[in-house]
Write a protein that binds this ligand. Structure first.
Ligand code: CA
Length: 695
């Protein structure tokens, strides 16, 4: 690929800088390079660039004066229409990243040429046990190997040069609905990995493996197991006192599905845990218990996995307020004292600042308006003061934020120059929580305990609430207040990058990648990537030239549950884009989806009652992937299903004839009459034309 003239010129001017980057790159990525990653501005060596996860780069070629010249250098489609969430890892001009189904790519950063790909051949039937799309958030790079966690629970080490597997270990019980979507974390010769599955019913844990051999070093559970079998630790014994009933029979939950970070100086690993199983405390047996250590931030000693401290953000969680959002470390002057802190903008809407040595609560404040589940936090302990309106036993209630959270997995960034944390915030989301009193654990199904058949007056109330909005939020973690906000026309913003040139980069659901001034939020530049963006951009040098790369691909949980602004959201073909000053490549955006209104492919005589029954069943079993109201993003929009699909409908849904494509059999969950009801509802939606919402 030919480079623009301006880039060659700049290359000559900053040859010295390129020289530094090259000499650093000649050494393998070892502990020294990882702990010194901040000085290695030419590379992006790990998930948050540095161990403190600031996603801050000292590169300044792209700045307020030059950014108008920022343009596309290359783009590469990755053969997917599903969500792309990975942070590209970049070393010595090579990008290591992941796409759908845990596929790993090594690309030439300068040209986008594929050096190698590795497909772990995840059985597509595993999609059944994945709540939120077949995503992966990226790899780790260490001593010549690339590490990836796969959807079916394997941790695989690949040779970084060739992509050839060196070792592979199964980190889960394959009979249980575990999955891995998170990135592996390197800590002193070990690879640390967690997993997902609390929506289905598993027991959460993280594991440490020897990076060289794949041998397990330790495993630490997050919730207690069966007391009759003894506890693994004092921490588990203490935790068990906060549970009742037979929680272990459903697994307990508390999965570590994202956000494992490491402080090499304290030798502590930090991570958040997800919800307990089921979502609703009354369905877990004991409405009073805290259910440790679900919905908590934990610190464990890296050498042995022993618990150092914990901070539970949501005792006795009742709303799916996972505490798995990104954790960011910084040393801040707070009330006249230098504090080593760890921070999280939690799903539950509060921004937490904790002492990362001790877990002491320093401060916490709501970072979005309209939170209804709690009136605030105890100023000494940080324990939430739960609202009386947020819990009514097994009666349905409406709360804010919704289970998608005021902030989710999307990485945030910290700029030491401005002292601000930048994150995508969702404001004013609400959800009905209707616990199903009939719920019983079913090993073949999701086990959140929600009643999708709920049809009470709260539906009307929910519809009457103002729609949510999305914003890039600049948050002052010392003052615990917003410095500025940049609102955008969609609710869902992606991960964030900030630089020493006073810039913040962020993509969003409408496919726009934008750059803002870090001090005041003024938008300085934007690019239409054609497809919705969730992943965070990264920046690095190639031959002394500053590049910006980002994964572009719409999917994830947001793709199914995006009703308020889905007309503006852009599903489409997933790709990776790379920019530099003077870039003039044009992006060809292939048309995706349907432009004409749907029409039913067959006629089916079904009563209104049957259609209604199908609507309720669809909401409980199908919407998670095919979209609420049968309006899909990344997956086939069933309103446009062909005559052939309709003729084979039962064979597909019950017989699993398309399981190799990721559509599993529902034979354990649905009967033939129910499948016909779902089909009738799908056809009724097709007959409603382009209507985005169900009648
Ligand atoms: Ca959850």
């Amino acid at each position: 690929m030919r480079m623009p003239v301006a880039i060659f010129t700049a290359s000559v001017l900053i040859l010295a800088l390129g020289g530094i980057a090259r000499s650093q790159a000649s050494k393998p990525v070892d502990n020294g390079r990882l702990t010194g990653a901040d000085r290695d501005s030419g590379n992006w060596l790990m998930y948050g660039r540095t161990y403190d996860d600031h996603r801050f780069s000292s590169l300044k070629q792209i700045n307020e004066q030059t950014i108008a010249k920022l343009g596309l250098i290359w783009s590469r489609e990755l053969g997917t229409t599903r969500g792309l969430e990975a942070t590209p890892i970049v070393e010595n001009g090579v990008i290591y990243t992941t796409g759908s189904w845990s596929i790993v790519y090594a690309l030439d950063a300068k040209t986008g040429d594929v050096r190698w790909t590795y497909d772990p051949a995840v059985p597509r039937t595993r999609a059944f046990f994945i709540c939120c799309d077949v995503v992966n958030r990226g790899v780790a790079l260490y001593r010549g190997k690339v590490y990836v966690g796969t959807l079916d629970g394997r941790l695989i080490a690949l040779d970084a040069q060739s992509g050839t597997p060196v070792w592979s270990v199964l980190t889960i019980d394959p009979m249980r609905p575990y999955a891995i979507t998170g990135y592996p974390r390197i800590a002193k010769g070990m690879v640390i990995i967690g997993n997902a599955g609390a929506e289905y019913g598993v027991r959460g844990y993280i594991s440490a493996y020897d990076a060289e051999t794949g041998k397990m070093v330790w495993r630490t559970h997050t919730v207690p197991g069966d007391p009759s079998r003894g506890f693994e630790s004092k921490a588990m014994e203490r935790a068990a006192k906060t549970w009742s009933g037979d929680w272990w029979t459903v697994g307990g939950g508390g999965t570590v599905w994202e956000g494992i970070v490491y402080d090499p100086s304290l030798d502590l690993l930090y991570f958040g845990t997800g919800n307990a199983t089921a979502w609703y405390r009354d369905l877990r047996g004991n409405p009073q218990g805290d259910n440790l250590y679900a919905a908590s931030i934990l610190a464990v000693h890296a050498r042995n996995g022993e618990l150092a401290w914990y901070f539970q953000t949501v005792p006795g969680d009742n709303w799916d307020y996972d505490a798995t959002q990104p954790l960011l470390q910084a040393d801040l002057m707070i009330a006249g004292r230098q504090r080593n802190v760890i921070m999280q903008a939690s799903k539950n809407g509060f921004f937490y600042v904790l002492d990362r040595k001790t877990g002491e609560f320093i401060s916490g404040a709501p970072f979005v308006s309209g939170i209804t589940w709690a009136t605030g936090l105890d100023p000494k302990t940080g324990r939430p003061m739960e609202s009386s309106s947020a819990y009514a036993g097994l009666q349905p209630i409406i709360v804010s934020p919704d289970p998608g959270g005021a902030h989710n997995w999307n990485p945030m960034a910290f700029n030491p120059a401005t002292g601000l944390v930048y994150l995508s915030a969702k404001v004013g989301t609400h959800a009905i929580h209707a616990p199903d009193p009939q719920w019983k654990y079913n090993s073949k199904s999701e086990n959140i305990g929600f009643d999708p058949r709920y049809e009470g007056p709260l539906n009307d109330k929910l519809r009457s609430l103002p729609p949510p909005s999305g914003e890039l939020l600049a948050w002052d973690p010392v003052k615990q207040r917003a410095a500025w906000k940049a609102s955008y026309p969609v609710v869902e913003g992606g991960g964030v990058l900030t630089t020493a040139a006073n810039l913040v980069f962020q993509g969003r659901a409408d496919g726009v990648l934008a750059a803002y001034r870090a001090t005041d939020g003024q938008q300085l530049w934007k690019f239409d990537a054609g497809t919705g963006i969730m992943a965070p951009p990264v920046t690095y040098l190639v031959n002394g030239i500053q590049f910006v790369s980002v994964m572009v691909g719409w999917g994830g949980a947001d793709a199914a549950f995006n009703a308020p602004n889905r007309g503006k959201i852009k599903p489409g073909y997933g790709r990776i884009l790379t920019f530099a000053l003077g870039g003039t490549a044009t992006l060809t955006i292939r048309a995706f989806g349907h432009t004409e209104p749907p029409t039913p492919a067959i006629t089916m005589n079904a009563s209104p009652e049957t259609v209604h029954e199908g609507k309720l069943l669809y909401g409980g079993k199908c919407a998670q992937c095919h979209g609420i109201d049968v309006v899909a993003g990344p997956l086939p929009d069933l309103r446009y299903a062909s005559k052939t699909v309709h003729e084979q409908f039962e064979a597909i849904v019950l017989g699993g004839t398309r399981s190799s494509l990721g559509m599993p059999s529902f034979k354990d969950l649905l009967g033939a009459d129910q499948v016909r009801a779902i089909q009738a509802y799908v056809l009724s939606r097709a007959s409603e034309g382009a209507n985005q919402t169900s009648k």
